[in-house]
Design a protein around this ligand. Sequence first.
Ligand code: GLU
Length: 278
Amino acid sequence: MSSYRGRIAPSPTGYLHLGHARTFWTAYQRSLQCNGTLIFRNEDLDPQRSKPEYASAMIEDLRWLGIVWQEGPDVGGPHEPYEQSKRREFYLRDWRLLVERGFVYPCTCSRKDLALSAQAPNEGDEEPVYPGKCRPAPGATFETIDPAAVNWRFRVPDGETIRFVDANLGERSYVAGKDFGDFVLWRRDDVPAYQLAVVTDDCDMQVTEVVRGEDLLVSTARQILLFNALGRAVPRFYHCPLLRDASGERLAKRTDALSLRELRKKGYTPEQIQEMWA
Ligand code: GLU
């Protein structure tokens, strides 16, 4: 085994489709080429949207496709647990650290406040730029007993350009405060936000390369700020193109037509699926 550590990190919020399968297949191939370790991590943090039946389906579907991982469900590994819903203590540790270092502040804006003042989000990114209403003066301090009841936001360095060399797309750069704003790290419903959980886990699991879809490019820029704020090594990134349906729409978990489940039911083999995106 080399020092390469990759991961596949699906969310059990629906059946995986051809687009996910291609991204995860790419992650698997890159890990294989490097004789690395591949980690399977279940990103089941959202209590409303995550369902155990989708979690078992995604494991089964990816196995069927031929993906093999060395750490995760059924094989375990030194960084157990590999389910985000069981890793709260690690996210709390990093939330505390970031609050203590002055990177994070509580935000009481309601969804309605945000909808009224928000700028349109960037293409492919869901979160509008936060207008800064609750942003405190620099140096403000907050207690770190319990994050519940408010949103906690990461203060981005306005105007700073975040650059990285993507292993697939080449050089990318995003400007903090323009391409994305202060983002939520801990949600008011007491759930750690995706941005924090994924960085905590990629650090703790010593991931050296993150392979993910292009829809997460702006999130990668956010996460680089988090790696730096936590003082942890930034992994390499490889962003995969998104698959679109015949009308040019991004594939979504809502549309079952190209789900691995459906394709399996129709009698496709793993090899035929791989040919569909080749
Ligand atoms: N869990 C995320 C998803 O399924 C992907 C996480 C990542 O690659 O960072 O969209």
